[in-house]
Design a protein around this ligand. Structure first.
Ligand SMILES: Cc1ncc(COP(=O)(O)O)c(C=O)c1O
Length: 434
């Protein structure tokens, strides 16, 4: 009997892992599996057990594993903050290290936003607007700004003062004949209408993932969408909190995904890719106005965690981000992303099940349409595992390709060849939609 309380108690036990290195997971039953998901939840952007990151962590362990964030200065922390700001949108010049998980970063950004409004004489701005079909964290405040059918049962526990508008999804919600520009304008107007309905003096922040993530399958926003949202936020003194926990830190082919959209948010939350699974660490990137206002106001940030700015995690993150923050790495991510799009489009673009390949950088989703889409995806995943020892993320209506950035052109080419063959042969015995 296992003593572990598992997320899915009715499922059979999962394989035991004895080693994970590079893009591969080694299981106790002797299998060596290529992980195309970067750790299921995409944290493993440099693969597992990256030697440079391990060396940095070992060196750090020789000094200290953690010192308190608010009492001492960990020299690595200053260096990491400077690195994270080196390619941040213009004007972002402060990094707050709230804790370990992305959820903690989201909550910290919500608190900082409230702090700024409060200390600027607008304490009534306590309402947060987010979007449907989104995920921003597993804590109760994280859930309160998320929307997913499986989370609805927590409703009785959630705080008031949250509203949702439609997800901004050009692949799904654009009307027939509607241009991208008109759709972007309609989406921004929905936010403005919601702010006016609630009352601008009550709305503190609008929260969204810069690019819709894994729930819907990596859908980039319509061009101009975020600029229009920024304008709406500015008009009503509403902060813009971007969640780049999934799409940030190189995933999109740029360090910050919002760099593609040319906007400057008030807060950007980053997490899982920061120390890339070698340790948990998250951060909120913001600007010095926040500090100035709080310094003149309450004089302290009313927030803290024992392991905020966890030193071993900071050492890991610094090693990870030194590798990621290079033109060569970002070019590689973009090239591998194009390789996925080109291969799937060229080889499966004419297939009756083909709908779309979309994303940015190494977040690419291939959406298909057929009978029992979820069953089809699960079959693809099972066959890739059984026949090609490759773990892929295929479910619902799409396959998401999110490998570690270290994947080579040849490795990716082989996986895509295997995938196309599995897709075609599975589809040949599968019913079409409808
Ligand atoms: C977009 C997004 N936001 C927030 C989170 C929460 O991060 P964590 O699981 O580290 O708390 C996740 C996690 O998957 C995420 O994908």
């Amino acid at each position: 009997m296992s003593h572990i309380l598992r997320k899915f108690p009715n499922d059979p036990a999962k394989p035991r892992v004895v080693k994970a290195e590079g893009l591969y997971i080694h299981t106790e039953d002797g299998r060596k599996l290529l992980d195309m998901t970067a750790g299921t939840t995409t944290f493993g952007v440099l693969g597992y057990s990256h030697p440079e990151v391990l060396a940095a962590m070992q060196a750090q362990m020789g000094k200290f594993c953690h010192i308190d964030y608010n009492t001492w200065v960990d020299p690595n922390l200053e260096e990491l903050a400077a690195l994270l700001l080196s390619r941040a949108p213009r004007g972002l010049d402060k990094v707050y290290f709230p804790g370990n998980s992305g959820s903690e970063a989201m909550e910290a950004a919500m608190k900082l936003s409230y702090h700024v409004h409060h200390d600027s004489g607008k304490p009534g701005k306590t309402h947060y607007i987010a979007r449907l079909q989104s995920f921003h964290g597993a804590t109760l405040h994280g859930i309160s700004i998320s929307e997913l059918p499986i989370l609805a049962f927590y409703e009785p526990l959630l705080p008031d003062g949250r509203s949702k508008i439609a997800q901004h999804n050009p692949s799904l919600n654009r009307l027939p004949g509607e241009s991208m520009e008109d759709y972007a304008r309609r989406s921004a107007k929905e936010l403005e209408d919601k702010i006016l309905e609630i009352g601008p003096d009550k709305v503190g922040a609008f929260i969204g993932e810069t690019m819709l993530g894994s729930l819907v399958g990596d859908v980039p926003p319509a061009p101009g969408y975020w600029k229009l949202i920024r304008e709406v936020c500015d008009r009503y003194d509403v902060h813009l909190i971007l969640d780049e926990i999934y799409c940030g830190l190189g995933r999109s082919g740029r360090i910050y995904c919002c760099d593609w959209d040319g906007i400057v948010p008030d807060f950007v939350c980053i997490g899982k890719n920061l120390a890339a699974g070698h340790a948990p660490l998250s951060a909120v990137v913001t600007n010095h106005r926040v500090e100035d206002i709080i310094a003149k106001g309450q004089g302290r940030i009313q927030h803290g965690h024992t392991h905020q700015g966890y030193s071993l995690g900071v050492a890991a993150a610094l090693a990870v981000q030194r590798i990621v923050h290079t033109d060569a790495m970002l070019d590689h991510i973009q090239a591998r992303g194009r390789q996925i799009v080109d291969t799937i489009t060229t080889r499966l673009g004419g297939h009756p099940f083909f709908k779309e390949v979309r994303g940015r950088g190494l977040l690419q989703s291939f959406e298909y349409d057929c009978a029992d889409k979820n069953g089809f995806g699960m079959t693809l995943a099972k066959r890739m595992l059984d026949e090609h020892a490759t773990v892929i993320n295929a479910k619902w209506h799409r396959v998401s390709f999110t490998p570690g950035y270290i994947i080579t052109e040849a490795q990716l080419g082989r996986v895509l060849d295997d995938f196309v063959a599995v897709f075609e042969s599975t589809a040949s015995g599968w019913k079409t939609a409808g």
